[in-house]
Design a protein around this ligand. Sequence first.
Ligand code: SAM
Length: 282
Amino acid sequence: MSRYDSSHPITQPDHQARKRFGQNFLHDPHIIRKIVEAIGAKPGQHLLEIGPGQGALTIPLVNSGARIDVVELDRDLAAWLVNHFADCERFTLHPGDVLKFDPHTLTQQERSLRVIGNLPYNISTPCLFHLLESEALIDDMTFMLQKEVVQRLAATPEDEAYGRLSVMVQYFCEVHHLFDVPPGAFKPAPKVTSAIVRLRPHRHLEHKADDTDLLRDLVRTAFSQRRKTLRNCIKPLISEFDPAQLPVDLNLRPENLGVADYVRLSNAIGVLRADISVPTQE
Ligand code: SAM
């Protein structure tokens, strides 16, 4: 008989949660079921799980018949997972840091990966930006994050939570705040409420940035002083141009502009920069 037998009760590893790895393990069966249902994995799908930990989500996801690659930094948990899934050919462990993991090592096929994870809170934002570098491979992402981070991801102009994270993530993805998860669903319980978010990379970009690095730079610079006017916030990026050449009102504040406005502004800056770098012909 296979050592991986889903009908057997789960034996958790004898493991002390490590704060430095953001370890808050899910233990509420009702919440685990709700998350697994929200993911809705199907046989033949290809999942990538970040931080499987003690397998709270991994085990039901493997049982869905999907293929699952997991990235786990904690060596003790990685050893336990390898042993637990020793005879399951749909499971592959990649020990190490997700921020150094390249999803292109799993597939080259566009929109083929479903990414999931109860993300370690200490690296959730860098992890999102890292995965967005491979967005063309990704079908969707379902994450547990601090509720406050999910509110920032989903915020629209004028919301207090609206900022760099909202603009950059919404540039790449549709954002859906699915449901909240109380602290008691985890061991140890975190101090704050969490939430499940679904990110679905846009299949078609209505407002495409000519240069995503410039867009990133613009948005970061704009929100570095969100209470000032755009004219002041982004001065270092536009000092060489006549502001009248820019397609947005620079008296607005960074929080007043939508994603499409930032794309228009970044594209216009790119064009103006190119113009001044071309030597004029006599
Ligand atoms: N998925 C499990 C659950 O829901 O109970 C564990 C979630 S726990 C919040 C986060 C997991 O991510 C831990 O297993 C932790 O060891 C792992 N982790 C932390 N930092 C990581 C990193 N940089 N790369 C990969 N995994 C990491």
